[in-house]
Design a protein around this ligand. Structure first.
Ligand SMILES: *[C@@H]1O[C@H](CO)[C@@H](O)[C@H](O)[C@H]1NC(C)=O
Ligand SMILES: *[C@@H]1O[C@H](CO)[C@@H](O)[C@H](O)[C@H]1NC(C)=O
Ligand SMILES: *[C@@H]1O[C@H](CO)[C@@H](O)[C@H](O)[C@H]1NC(C)=O
Ligand SMILES: *[C@@H]1O[C@H](CO)[C@@H](O)[C@H](O)[C@H]1NC(C)=O
Ligand SMILES: *[C@@H]1O[C@H](CO)[C@@H](O)[C@H](O)[C@H]1NC(C)=O
Ligand SMILES: *[C@@H]1O[C@H](CO)[C@@H](O)[C@H](O)[C@H]1NC(C)=O
Length: 834
């Protein structure tokens, strides 16, 4: 009995030693709650691994609304639920250890559990803050991880859970940075760069970014830097891009950031849309190809056509890994090897498209040998690599003018393995103007040019610039350095700092390693925990994370949807992040920032956001500006300007044609009604045209059409300018009418209208007693019009076989496959509102 007891004690001590060896404080040896917690941590509940192939529910659901009471209730529910016994016990032990024994480890762990959703703990900012502050006290503000997190907490107010405190946040950031915390340095650098809570200071920003960049550069060895960069499974994406972009399909101006979604198979009948190397590359066969080769297959057997395309993309997805599945190079290699064997003998009989994809498959196989990523020992096999890469070049380049990506790897092998620089240069030069180039060729040529100016390969600076544009990582670093040294006599602190920023942000695994976690939490439905991660990255200056954090706080609402219900603190923070993203060249984010201002009734701010957005070619921003002018929100009502903005929207995005035309039509319709009802529109009730007022209503319609036809715009420009401030709605007949017109001047010119507008206004009065406003009538009329229109359109479309899509959704199922030719006539109708 005693022996057994002793052995249990020994076991516990051992466990304790295993975990506790990292800290020196011996007062925890009688900290039993901590021991209990450690024991619990040995057998955590099963949490599904969202990245395993067996996990199949990858839908990201983000609730639109945030209601604090519901959040609190769900926290209480979690605590009261019997199935969460393990969590409750762990919480209790850790809390005891923290309160009774002042154990810093337990305190820190608690704060992290409530922040990050680890073990499926529910999010609770208040508790996380409480424990992290305590940890910071226990460690005398010496732990930079905690200092950085506290800084973020104070800067964000934890989304409304604690008071915001920018000065304190800055203090913590500076402390953490002085202890060498890289994330804190990056955050500070970003703040200096953009003047956020700090005076703008380019030199401090440059200093910090350069420090970070150099540190990152040093972390690579020569082989990685020159030959093969380790592959990162990037999670640096905007969440909104999983849902077709911030403003929805067709309206967002930003290209999607989701480069690792499973490849879509290209439409091989027309042009080839491949998603190689993260960029979208459109390969058009037949067009611009001097030989005039047609790739439209003459082969009846379309299946085998598709098969090679399919195989390549399947292998490519294995190779790059998608957001939902880990990359699997071994599977890719197996698939490609068997493809090589099966199709080898068929090459002479393949058509060009098949050859192209067969060639690409061999290229990928060669690349896998080159990097050694699919080998058990992880060692490259240059001989095999060369065989496959050369074969790929032979097949691809014999059948088209396209260049195989394989030239890059072959160049590297020649340069670094065979030591034959002449051959290497030949390979690199072939890739210079190819779209499949990832910048390696430009980078290597730049380096060769720098070391051997006598080769006269080209302009060092331009090579580097091109490498940087293609997101080549070492290329980006060297380019930043060259710019900072004032290459080409164009030194600019702003530019250098900005370039280093981009290089630094390319390394995810060291500065934002938690982005993958954030994605996992999203899939598991722990939106708040995901928000915490994205907020950290957003503060560090990542544009994608700023949009993601903004998106979790406030989503764009589509037509007929209510704007999100949420707290003011969250709205303000969302504005903050969207505006920051906007300043980093995301015009869509500016539109949403404007929408949030709009929902807060701060029309002036909304207008200025939309205005800057429309300057940057956002159709939605221009549209919204038109709307603001149409309804006189934050500006004087001005149909003329409204029409101009609507027209601008269609100029930027011609796909909005129908929607804009309808709006402009509505504008005319509305203006006509106002006029018919003898609302006192100065420009129509012209002094000289006194007679107008006594015309019967049908003549007025006629006249208005005449006017519209003559001017083809609402008002003559000079008139609009003159009377801009006088466009008033006469509300003399209905003094109780507060139809949003509070900010409009009441027109003096009252009596002359008492009898004319009488009948119509009486009707309106009656309607208004039922709570129906003129605006509603117009809208109802309009919705009816659109409905009728769409029914007619649908009928016509069915008959003629047009392809009509409304807001990106096809109106009818696609035509049957056997129909040989896609009928003409594509309509994209976008209906939206703010
Ligand atoms: C956080 O936990 C505290 C204490 O249990 C609770 O009172 C509060 O409602 C929780 N907050 C949220 C947002 O769940
Ligand atoms: C308790 O939690 C489990 C799963 O975590 C859930 O299925 C169950 O509905 C919850 N029960 C209550 C009363 O909330
Ligand atoms: C801060 O403390 C936590 C918990 O002890 C530890 O995991 C982390 O490494 C510490 N950070 C630094 C920079 O020492
Ligand atoms: C290259 O194409 C020509 C015909 O265009 C063909 O005769 C030759 O065999 C091809 N070479 C290879 C290696 O496929
Ligand atoms: C490089 O290879 C080519 C043929 O592939 C050869 O003619 C040349 O001599 C080689 N150069 C060096 C420096 O080895
Ligand atoms: C990022 O930097 C770390 C170390 O600083 C390095 O190990 C890692 O390979 C880098 N990864 C990428 C993709 O840059």
């Amino acid at each position: 009995m005693i022996v057994r007891l002793l052995s249990i004690v020994l076991l516990i001590l051992q466990i304790h030693k295993g975990f506790a060896s990292s800290y020196t404080d011996t007062t925890h040896y009688n900290d039993n709650p901590w021991l209990h917690a450690l024991q619990l941590l040995q057998s955590p509940p099963l949490i599904p691994d969202v990245f395993s192939p067996n996990y199949d529910n990858h839908f990201i659901y983000i609730p639109m609304d945030y209601i604090p009471e519901i959040q609190q209730q769900s926290f209480q529910d979690f605590c009261n639920n019997k199935t969460n016994l393990w969590h409750k016990q762990l919480y209790k032990s850790l809390d005891d250890s923290s309160t009774l024994h002042n154990n810093p480890e337990a305190t820190f762990l608690l704060s992290q559990l409530f922040l990050t959703g680890q073990y499926n703990f529910p999010w609770n900012g208040t508790l996380a803050y409480k424990y992290l502050s305590k940890f910071n006290e226990l460690t005398n503000s010496q732990n930079s991880t905690a200092l950085f997190q506290l800084a973020i907490m104070h800067s964000t107010g934890l989304f409304g859970e604690i008071p915001k405190d920018e000065p304190l946040s800055l203090l913590y950031l500076q402390q953490a940075s002085s202890f060498g915390n890289l994330q804190a340095k990056q955050t500070l650098a970003y703040r200096y760069h953009n003047g956020i809570t700090l005076p703008r200071d380019c030199h401090s920003s440059l200093l910090l970014y350069r420090q970070l960049a150099t540190e990152i550069q040093k972390s690579y060895n020569d082989y990685e830097w020159n030959i093969h960069m380790p592959y990162t499974e990037s999670y640096d994406v905007r969440i909104s891009d999983f849902h077709d972009g911030l403003l929805g399909k067709g309206l967002s101006t930003m290209p999607l950031s989701t480069v690792r979604i499973p490849s879509t198979r290209p439409d091989i009948t027309s042009s080839l849309l491949t998603q190689m190397n993260g960029g979208q590359i459109i390969l058009q066969f037949g067009i611009g190809d001097n030989s005039g080769r047609e790739f439209a297959s003459e082969n009846d057997d379309e299946n085998s056509d598709d098969r090679l395309v399919d195989i390549f993309y399947t292998a490519f997805d294995y190779y790059k890994g998608t957001y939902d599945t880990k990359r699997d190079c071994i599977a890719a290699k197996e698939l490609l090897t068997s493809t090589y064997k099966v199709f080898e003998a068929d090459v002479p009989y393949m058509d060009n498209l098949q050859k192209y994809f067969y060639g690409k498959s061999l290229d990928l196989l060669g690349h896998l040998y080159f990097t050694g990523e699919a080998e058990l020992d992880g060692k490259p096999n240059f001989q095999m690599a060369q065989n496959f890469l050369k074969l790929s070049i032979k097949i691809i380049e014999n059948s088209s003018t396209l260049k195989s990506r394989a030239n890059i790897d072959l160049g590297l092998i020649e340069q670094y393995v065979n030591g034959n620089i002449t051959n290497a240069i030949e390979y690199y030069k072939k890739m210079l103007h190819s779209r499949t180039s990832d910048g390696t060729a430009d980078f290597q040529l730049a380096m060769l040019q720098r070391e051997n100016p006598e080769y006269k390969l080209g302009n060092y600076y331009e090579f580097l610039q091109r490498a940087f544009m293609k997101h080549h990582i070492p290329g980006a670093f060297e380019y930043s350095k060259a710019v900072e040294l004032g290459f080409n006599d164009r030194y600019s602190c702003e530019d250098s700092s900005h370039l280093y920023k981009q290089f630094v942000e390319m390394n995810e695994s060291i500065l934002v390693p938690f982005l993958k976690n954030a994605y996992a939490q999203l899939i598991l439905g722990n939106t708040q925990s995901a928000l915490w991660f994205y907020a950290m990255a957003a503060e560090q200056g990542y544009e994608t994370a700023q949009v993601s954090a903004g998106y979790l706080l406030y989503q764009h609402n589509y037509l007929l949807e209510q704007p999100p219900i949420t707290t003011e603190a969250r709205k303000r923070l969302a504005i903050n992040y969207y505006s920051k993203a906007f300043k980093q060249n995301n015009p869509d984010a500016g539109v949403i920032a404007g929408n949030i201002y709009f929902s807060l009734h701060e029309y002036n701010n909304a207008i200025s956001m939309y205005q800057s957005g429309s300057i940057r070619y956002s159709a939605q921003a221009a549209w919204n500006l038109g709307y603001m002018h149409e309804y006189g929100l934050g500006v004087d009502k001005d149909f003329h300007l409204a029409k101009r903005y609507y027209d601008q929207a269609v100029e930027i995005n011609p796909r909005l044609y129908l929607g804009v035309k309808l709006s402009v039509l509505k504008l005319r319709f509305k203006s006509m009604i106002y006029w018919l009802l003898s609302e006192n529109w100065k420009y129509q009730v012209d002094q000289q045209d006194e007679l107008d007022k006594y015309l019967p209503w049908y003549k007025k319609i006629f006249k208005s059409f005449q006017l519209a036809g003559k001017e083809n715009s609402w008002m003559p420009d000079d008139f609009a300018n003159e009377h801009n401030n006088n466009i008033n709605i006469n509300n003399n007949n209905n003094n109780n009418n507060n139809n949003n017109n509070n900010n409009e001047n009441i027109n003096e010119d009252i009596d002359s209208h008492q009898d004319q507008g009488g009948v119509a206004n009486d009707v309106l009065d009656v309607l208004e007693t039922y709570g129906i406003q003129l605006e509603d009538l117009i809208t109802i009329g309009f919705v009816l019009l659109v409905l009728v229109g769409s029914v007619i359109l649908r009928t016509i479309a069915m008959r003629r076989g047009w392809n009509v899509r409304i807001n990106g959704i096809p109106m009818q199922p696609p035509q049957q496959q056997d129909q040989p030719q896609q009928p003409q006539g594509n309509f994209d109708i976008q209906i939206f509102a703010i």
